[in-house]
Design a protein around this ligand. Structure first.
Ligand code: GUN
Length: 297
């Protein structure tokens, strides 16, 4: 079997287009554009690139983008004051504080200071709690994007065996909640799981989010499984090359021999994250303006 390649890049582009159109309709109804504020502390090169792309994507989706870049030595108090100002700013529907933060800042208390109604990352404990009891809130962008790809591919997930490898608050745990809500039978596996390979081999759906390059090979997979690879790992550069290749947590070529469908790295889950961030911002805008959230979002 050669697996179908799940084209997250194309899916994300379509979602961004729908969000962009819906943002125009929102502006007509609300008399203002939806707004996303992104806060970056320090000069981490990868974060600089992410924040730059988020700003551009926000503008391209017909939304206002507010980017706040603060120096590494910014104090907890100054950052909390900025979040408070954004919480109270009616032009701002969504607030994202780019992680990781420099070591002297307390990530948990910064996230806790964001208004849950503007927490488009879905990282606030209120939103994690809402997800776990089935109330509507904000769901973290990456797992929600994975879920969109899965339901697009498989339709109804009822009764399917899903194994999520990785238990982070940002991906593994919310992913498991979403799969459970969709009536899958869910296992969360992790670094201490005994005989991880045989646990993964039970799965109709594998979501890999561990950050270990090509850890999951074809021997670990059930024939016909659907694989969502959240890992983005850079291999050491080959001789004469400046940069190593980007690979996922799944060995793509060999997994493709047994799986029914699989997301590539890059071009699979990665592009979904920003698209869902824009989608969450538009949902926030509708809620904040007291308008119904369009169903196709
Ligand atoms: N750093 C890397 N990915 C993310 C994300 O999705 N949200 C935030 N806030 N920081 C990140």
């Amino acid at each position: 079997m050669t697996a179908i390649r799940i084209d997250g890049k194309a899916f994300a582009a379509k979602l961004r287009e729908r969000v962009g159109e819906s943002a125009l309709e929102f502006a007509q109804a609300a008399g203002r554009k939806p707004g996303l504020a992104v806060v970056l502390i320090g000069d981490d090169p990868a974060s600089q690139i992410y924040v730059g792309s988020k700003g551009k994507a926000t503008l391209a989706a017909n939304m206002e983008s507010f980017t706040h870049r603060l120096p590494t030595e910014t104090s907890q108090g100054v950052l909390l004051a900025l979040v408070e100002q954004l919480n109270n700013d009616d032009a701002v529907d969504g607030i994202l504080v780019q992680l990781p933060l420099p070591g002297h800042l307390d990530e948990q208390s910064i996230i806790a200071s964001i208004s849950p109604d503007k927490d488009v990352d879905g990282f606030h404990v209120i939103n994690a709690g809402r997800l776990s009891v089935g109330q509507s809130g904000f769901v973290p962008c990456t797992p929600l994007g994975c879920m969109m790809l899965l339901t697009d591919r498989l339709g109804d997930l009822s009764g399917l065996e899903a194994v999520v490898v990785g238990r982070s608050n940002i991906v593994g745990k919310p992913m498991a909640q979403l799969l459970l809500d969709a009536n899958a039978t869910v296992t969360i596996a992790h670094s201490r799981t005994k005989d991880l390979a045989s646990v993964v081999k039970r799965a109709d759906i594998v979501v890999a989010a561990v950050g270990r390059p090509e850890m999951i090979g074809k021997d670990w997979l059930k024939g016909g499984a659907t694989i969502i690879d959240v890992g983005i790992n850079r291999l050491p550069p080959e001789p004469g090359k400046e940069k190593g290749k980007l690979v996922g947590d799944v060995a793509f070529d060999e997994a493709s021999e047994v799986a029914a469908a699989i997301t590539p790295v890059p071009g699979g889950v990665g592009p979904m994250t920003i698209a869902v961030l824009l989608r969450n911002t538009l949902v926030a805008a509708h809620r904040n303006a007291g308008l119904d959230v369009p169903e196709h979002l």
